[in-house]
Design a protein around this ligand. Structure first.
Ligand SMILES: Cc1cc2nc3c(=O)[nH]c(=O)nc-3n(C[C@H](O)[C@H](O)[C@H](O)COP(=O)(O)OP(=O)(O)OC[C@H]3O[C@@H](n4cnc5c(N)ncnc54)[C@H](O)[C@@H]3O)c2cc1C
Length: 388
């Protein structure tokens, strides 16, 4: 091994930036971050980009440690045996350790017409494609948002607040993660904004046409613009590179976030599946997994045994336009409890969470390794012990 240890971080989202920053605490580590864009994307604000209330991007200089080399490119293949990655623009970058943090994007909609007529909103580029389509849609036209997880609820509320006529098609329950009390608060606010919420077993979308969506109960919902938010998929880079993944394509790791195939590859964020028992995809888990993946690398370098992962949750923050929100509190193990904070205080808390997330990235850049404690979630140990 050379004097310097070369670490390549693939993906400059919440997890990758946290990992890259954490690694800079050792002077003998050279960190290269590969990301397709020259700016950091606040994915949790993409519905705001659509609504026009936020740009959803941050200059990397604000969140990335000065010592990290940013390569604006896409990794097309990882060669674990040769310890190098191939870049889309050509050439390779060698590594001693690799952090796999490629995040997630929109899932391929396997519903007829969806790929053709519906617009996803999971990435910056998709949202940038959707914006002109929205602008070209008459102000009085029917807009349909499919999917009632946080991205769908937040998008529907944002557009309704901007005066759009919005139908939210849930395909099941509204906000499945939410406690019934939090769900009632969300439903109340959506009703006040004029959003038509279609929920229940008959509301799965079976087909999308240019001007409507069809539901399992046979209804045709008029829709001049359809937005698709039914869940995330992950890039297939790990599988393409011969590394084992879970059924969704997340890199399979042990509890130290180390690939089950290669001790020099660790994973973090939405694209990691520790012990085949992945955390809920979200920036809340990503900002905790990033530094822990880096700690695993640093432990290996120091000849120490890496610690098992620990991620604790506080809840789920849902913005309902700019003037209201619901913070659904949870147990540390991510199970929602009856407590929530709604209305304007909920909106303020959500805004605070978004800002503090970016602040956390910057803090790790300035003071890498300061935060060394992790919230303990005893239930994970129980689940693992029980074989699940
Ligand atoms: C509208 C919306 C609202 C959301 N709201 C919330 C919320 O309220 N709370 C919450 O917790 N989560 C929310 N999420 C989810 C959250 O944004 C993601 O779970 C989070 O971004 C995951 O972080 P990450 O670092 O794992 O990946 P990402 O943030 O997706 O970053 C991954 C990065 O890797 C890059 N990349 C991918 N492939 C390659 C490659 N081959 N080579 C190089 N780079 C690559 C990507 O371009 C990206 O920059 C929301 C998402 C959306 C779309």
């Amino acid at each position: 091994m050379s004097e310097n240890t070369e670490v390549v971080v693939v993906g400059g989202g919440y997890a990758g930036v946290m990992a890259a920053n954490r690694l800079t605490q050792r002077d003998d580590v050279t960190v290269t971050l590969v990301n397709p864009r020259a700016t950091f994307v606040e994915r949790i604000r993409l519905h705001q980009l659509l609504g026009g209330s936020h740009a959803a991007i941050v200059d990397y200089r604000k969140v990335l440690a000065g010592g990290v080399r940013l390569v604006v490119d896409t990794v097309t293949r990882i060669d674990p045996a040769g310890r190098r990655v191939t870049l889309a623009a050509g050439g390779t970058v060698g590594y001693d350790y690799l952090v796999y943090a490629v995040g997630s994007g929109s899932a391929d909609p396997d519903v007829p017409g969806a790929a053709e007529f519906a617009y996803p909103i999971a990435s910056l580029e998709e949202t940038e494609r959707l914006r002109p389509a929205l602008d070209a849609t008459p102000a009085t036209a029917e807009v349909t948002v499919v999917g009632a997880g946080p991205a769908g609820i937040e998008t529907a509320a944002e557009l309704a607040e901007a005066g759009r006529t919005v139908t939210l098609v849930c395909g099941g329950a509204l906000g499945p993660y939410l406690h019934p009390r939090g769900r009632r608060a969300v439903a109340k606010r959506l009703a006040r904004l004029g959003v038509t919420v279609l929920e229940g077993p008959g509301t799965r979308v079976t087909a999308v046409a240019r001007d409507s969506v069809r539901l399992t109960d046979g209804r045709d919902v008029p829709s001049e613009l359809t937005i698709w938010t039914t869940g995330f998929a992950v890039p297939d880079l790990a599988a393409r590179s011969g590394l084992r993944t879970d059924a969704l394509g997340r890199l399979l790791t042990d509890e130290t976030l180390t690939s089950v195939d290669d001790a020099r590859i660790v994973a973090a964020g939405d694209s990691a599946a520790p012990s085949d028992l992945p955390y809920r995809m979200g920036c809340q888990s990503a900002v905790q997994l990033g530094p822990q993946a880096a700690e695993t690398v640093l432990s290996r370098m120091a000849g120490r045994r890496p610690a098992p992962v620990d991620v604790g949750f506080a809840g789920q923050c849902v913005s309902l336009g700019r003037r209201a929100g619901v913070f659904q509190f949870s147990r540390r193990n991510d199970i929602a409890v009856p407590l929530y904070l709604g209305g304007r205080p909920g909106a303020k808390l959500k805004e605070l969470v978004c800002r503090s997330t970016v602040w956390q990235l910057g803090y790790e850049a300035r003071k890498p390794g300061t935060r060394t404690w992790w919230v303990k979630d005893g239930r994970r140990r129980q689940l693992l012990g029980a074989g699940r």
